[in-house]
Design a protein around this ligand. Structure first.
Ligand SMILES: *[C@@H]1O[C@H](CO)[C@@H](O)[C@H](O)[C@H]1NC(C)=O
Length: 367
């Protein structure tokens, strides 16, 4: 069956939500409700139906594929989500091939010692290397009578700081890994995925949907990879049955986020031409440093397991979703369903409040 045409309870839920939102926003329901108090119970009915639908979807999608004779390739496994995901999938019994930039560093050494894991050296900016790895993996799996069930394009760099302070070189380098790396991986591995009718999953970010201040180039890159999965779903899924998904975490405590330090901001500021530095001023540098420090300290989530569960779902559920938002339970089930319907004007105000929220949380945590 065409995976695009599978009926999903979430559709029903979202449609009901939007219809009610429009009715409330544009009045007809409010006018009627003043005469008919019973109508006020409609939001409650909505909440109930939506919860029931969510539950149905949850239960239906709990069925998982059998890992027997299935391999998964993951790029960017030196640390962070990639590293954790390798351990998780290998433990479930998949044959996991972990692409590491530095195969002789701590993360890769640890992975190499694990059962069901093999480590390959991979820099996703090298096109020849990516296609070579795909070929080698294809040959090895054929010999072992296995299939490449899934690919996770996870390799990524951080890039934080004001847009004007970030050089074109830095942005190009980040795009080379985060965007072109993902494209190279897709091009090299799609032929193998056609055989298994498997999964292609990318590590996105919530910033790929709503661009963050002081992380604009990074957000642009994540928007590009999200767009890749969305477009390829429409272009390729109907004929190849490959499922494309984008897992979008918010701020998590990974080495990538930890590296976005005040030092990086300082370095970028001091590398600016003097004329621009004078225009921006030290006061602004101080403000940005503080905001980024606060945001990282207060808003990052320590627990990566919720995100790993999202990847797991995308890779192994028999009813995988196309997009996964990963944050706290409260954010995923209450804040995000509302947030995703907000008009951009409202979002600008909410995002402007983000540093203040971080500051408040920081004070709260430190007192
Ligand atoms: C490795 O995979 C097998 C199944 O292929 C599984 O039984 C075993 O538990 C896995 N090993 C580890 C350490 O999880």
């Amino acid at each position: 069956m065409n995976p695009l045409r599978k009926i999903r309870p979430v559709w029903v839920k979202d449609t009901i939500f939007v219809v009610f939102l429009l009715l409330y926003m544009f009045g007809p329901l409010q006018a009627v409700a003043s005469y008919l108090p019973l109508l006020w119970s409609i939001p409650a009915i909505f909440m109930l139906t939506s919860s029931v639908w969510s539950l149905v979807e949850l239960l239906l999608s709990e069925k998982r594929v059998d890992p027997y004779k299935k391999a998964i390739f993951i790029s960017g496994c030196d640390s962070g989500f990639g590293f954790e995901l390798v351990k998780h999938m290998a433990h479930k019994g998949f044959d996991v091939i972990a692409g590491c930039l530095k195969p002789d560093d701590g993360g890769a050494i640890l992975l190499r010692s694990m059962q069901n894991v093999s480590v390959v050296e991979l820099d996703v900016t090298k096109e020849d290397r990516v296609s070579n790895i795909a070929e080698l993996i294809g040959e090895r799996l054929k010999r072992e009578n296995k299939v490449l069930w899934a690919v996770v394009a996870n390799a990524g760099l951080g890039c934080c700081g004001p847009f004007e302070w970030t050089t074109i070189r830095e942005i190009e380098r980040m795009f080379d890994v985060n965007v072109y790396g993902c494209i190279r991986t897709a091009k090299a591995f799609l032929p193998l995925l056609r055989e298994s009718r498997g999964r292609f999953v990318v590590s996105g970010s919530l910033s790929g949907i709503h661009s963050f201040q002081n992380g604009v180039p990074y957000s642009m890159g994540k928007a590009a990879v999200k767009s890749l999965t969305e477009g390829l779903t429409r272009e390729l899924s109907p004929s190849t049955k490959i499922h494309f998904a984008c897992v979008m975490p918010t701020f998590h405590d990974t080495p990538m986020v930890r590296q976005a330090t005040a030092d990086e901001i300082d370095r970028k500021y001091h590398a600016l031409p003097e004329s621009l530095r004078d225009k921006i001023g030290l006061g602004y540098l101080k403000k940005i440093r503080e905001e980024i420090h606060m945001t990282i300290k207060s808003l990052t989530l320590k627990d990566l397991s919720r995100t790993i569960a999202k990847f797991d779902h995308a890779l192994t559920s028999t009813r995988p979703r196309f997009e996964y938002i990963s944050d706290t339970w409260l954010f995923e089930y209450v804040v995000w369903p509302l947030l995703k319907h907000f008009p951009v004007d409202t979002l600008h105000i909410l995002f402007e409040m983000l540093p203040a929220r971080a500051r408040l949380l920081h004070k709260f945590k430190c007192s």
